[in-house]
Ligand binder design. Structure first.
Ligand SMILES: NC(=O)c1ccc[n+]([C@@H]2O[C@H](COP(=O)([O-])OP(=O)(O)OC[C@H]3O[C@@H](n4cnc5c(N)ncnc54)[C@H](OP(=O)(O)O)[C@@H]3O)[C@@H](O)[C@H]2O)c1
Length: 272
């Protein structure tokens, strides 16, 4: 019997998850159907209860529900607890289990593109939901030093307090670093010419990773390459957080070639 999967968000129409998971299901011959569901904040409890009652196998959860969904679940993983957000729910044996696959998805996407945080001095730009997963990833990977910079300084301080990392108040005081990660929305379509760092601050020898995947080649990554630096785009994280969620639902390994196949498909879709 086919079982339902889906993504809850508001808005959700732009999400690439139905396309991504549709391809994973088809290529891995899994017994699932995946759809997007537009759910407003005041209807989240009914949506979770309804999915459970209808026998859904699981859900992805996106903005603005990743935090609000936590008290609605029976159990959440240590990772989701540490990040303070759930992006994947599994329904099993009448219970609901919450996970966060963004942290491991980010690390896998980075690794695939030649990036590494172990022993590195890491600067993270942004203090929103995605930045939380990236700070956790940097800690998990064993970064030697972690600083957060954010437009709204109070949010950077709040996040830094939660994770016990440093705050960079002004970009002109950028400390020595090996990796810079853009976890802001700056550079996203349609404001594609904007970069969270001015061109003069990019250096060869530093690794630059962007979470933004629309467009794939952001101004941030273009400035980095112009300075002679290595880069990773946001598609790796998108693919690997999705594959990690599918592994939880399917409870089996997926074909080894999937990440590469998905990259080619999604690249054409994002850039097309
Ligand atoms: N690749 C993936 O799989 C993946 C996964 C998750 C997210 N993302 C991407 O990551 C990005 C952040 O997502 P999110 O969920 O963390 O968003 P969010 O919670 O809304 O946070 C947005 C962040 O961007 C900053 N920001 C927004 N406009 C800015 C501007 N004009 N100048 C400087 N900073 C600005 C905000 O700073 P303030 O605090 O000052 O407002 C905040 O730190 C998005 O582009 C999203 O698509 C990618």
């Amino acid at each position: 019997m086919l079982r339902m999967l889906g993504i809850l968000g508001d808005p959700v129409g732009h999400s690439l998850s139905p396309f991504l998971h549709g391809e994973v299901i088809r290529r891995s011959k899994l017994p699932f159907l995946y759809a997007a569901f537009h759910v407003r904040a005041d209807e989240l409890p009914q949506a979770i209860a309804g999915a459970r009652a209808l026998g859904f196998r699981g859900l992805n959860v996106t903005v603005p529900h990743k935090q609000a969904v936590i008290p609605l679940l029976d159990w959440i993983s240590d990772e989701a607890q540490a990040i303070g957000a759930v992006n994947t729910i599994v329904f099993a044996e009448g219970r609901s289990f919450g996970y966060n696959t963004d942290c491991d998805g980010f690390l896998a996407g980075l690794d695939e593109q030649g990036g590494d945080l172990q022993g590195k001095r890491v600067l993270i730009l942004g203090a929103g939901g995605a930045a939380r997963a990236v700070v956790r990833a940097a800690q998990k990977a064993g970064a030697a030093q972690i600083y957060i910079h954010n437009r709204t300084l109070a949010r950077a301080r709040e996040l830094a307090d939660v994770f016990g990392v440093g705050v960079l108040a002004e970009l002109r005081d950028v400390p020595a670093h090996d990796v810079v990660i853009n976890a802001t929305t700056v550079g996203m379509h349609p404001r594609v010419q904007e970069s969270p760092l001015p061109p003069a601050l990019f250096r060869a020898g530093v690794f630059y990773a962007d979470l933004v995947y629309s467009p794939l080649q952001t101004a941030f990554l273009r400035h980095a390459r112009a300075a002679g630096a290595a880069t990773a785009d946001g598609l790796g994280m998108l693919i690997h957080q999705g594959l990690a969620a599918m592994k939880l639902w399917a409870d089996c390994d997926l074909p080894a070639g999937l990440p590469g196949e998905l990259r080619a498909l999604l690249q054409a879709r994002v850039d097309g």
